[in-house]
Design a protein around this ligand. Structure first.
Ligand code: UDP
Length: 323
């Protein structure tokens, strides 16, 4: 098949593109390189069947042309990362809403199967754990910019599912939980690359708040496996899936595990949220997915524990700093 990956020079997109090419598909990546990097695609640039197009999903005509020739679209281009959303809110909202609108509009003419990247953020302040796809979404006030990302992604979901209902567009909504692994940048706030980098440099690992907040981390290779299975499963169409694992760990324990696994002498430093985000912030205390639908529909089981995720990030960072 010919598969279009928007945001394919990004973290998840580049791993997905590599896998799709390895599986024998023809892949076109479109990316504006705002947060994605060409170096993420270094294993692919000379491969037959792979094409890179530098451009934005806000370019309606470009998107229309690229989607027209694709059999499947993975729309992963987005402004992500708490730091980026807080630093550049209006551009982030525009990319996340108008970009998705362009992709879905273009997909309508050939009814192209389109995967829309959403986020665990849409569960917002919900406290009924684990989060099930059918649960209510409880997003906070518009006065707090951190919720703009969740709102934009919720709108993307509404739009995708509305097209599915009105026009029979085959869409699949992917609610990504914390996905991590090699190539993830720490620049936009993601915790694991930041912790590993600090540990390797002997710098303090900065934990926001008390560190009692918890997350479930999925290895990007597992996430890519889940996406490939969903692509091959007709029941994925018209539905919403939590993508991730249910192995929960507190951020404090995560910091301790990174220090232990790297043999680092770094200390853990606790920073109050208002020191990190003077403009105000509400963190999620827990984020635990129910992944039973994903398992039931695709047979997917995550294969890589947190220790392997940390090992893989450490190996990559040692290589890039030494090499
Ligand atoms: N976090 C932290 N130190 C950092 C970066 C993040 O303590 O250097 C915390 C952050 O406040 C949150 C958790 O780690 O509670 C996960 O943050 P991340 O941005 O990776 O993901 P998300 O908040 O989107 O789940």
């Amino acid at each position: 098949m010919h598969i279009l990956v928007t945001g394919g020079a990004g973290f998840i997109g580049s791993h997905l593109s590599e896998r799709l090419v390895a599986d024998g598909h023809t892949v076109t990546v479109v990316d504006d390189l705002s947060t994605g990097r060409m170096s993420n695609l270094s294993a692919l640039t000379d491969r037959p069947g792979f094409t890179f197009v530098e451009g934005s999903v806000l370019d309606r005509q470009l998107v229309a042309n690229l989607v027209k020739s694709a059999d499947v679209v993975f729309h992963l281009a987005a402004a992500v990362g708490v730091k980026l959303i807080m630093d550049e809110p209006s551009r982030s909202i525009m990319t996340n809403v108008a970009g998705t609108e362009n992709v879905l509009d273009a997909a309508l003419s050939n009814k192209t199967h389109t995967f829309i990247a959403s986020s665990s953020e849409v569960y917002g302040k919900n406290t009924s754990f684990p989060f099930r796809e059918e649960d209510d979404l409880t997003i906070g006030s518009t006065r707090n910019l951190r919720w703009s990302y969740a709102c934009a992604k919720t709108l993307d979901e509404f739009l995708a599912l509305a097209h599915a209902r009105e026009s029979g567009l085959p869409v699949t909504v992917l609610r990504f939980f914390n996905t991590t692994g090699p190539r993830q940048s720490g620049r936009y706030g993601m915790v694991l690359p930041n912790f590993v980098k600090s540990a390797l440099e002997g710098a303090p690992l900065t934990v926001h708040g008390t560190g009692d907040q918890s997350r479930c981390f999925g290895h990007v290779a597992d996430v890519v496996e889940a996406l490939c299975r969903l692509m091959a499963t007709p029941q994925s169409r018209g539905d919403v899936f939590n993508i991730g694992t249910d192995q929960e760990i507190s951020i404090r324990s995560l910091a301790e595990q990174v220090i232990e696994m790297t043999g680092s002498k770094s200390e853990i430093r606790y920073l109050p949220y208002d020191a990190v985000y003077p403009e105000g912030f509400e963190d999620m205390q827990r984020r635990l997915p129910d992944v039973s639908k994903l398992k039931r529909v695709t047979g997917f089981r995550p294969m890589r524990p947190l220790s392997q995720i940390i090992d893989d990030i450490v190996a990559e960072m040692r290589l890039t700093t030494c090499g």
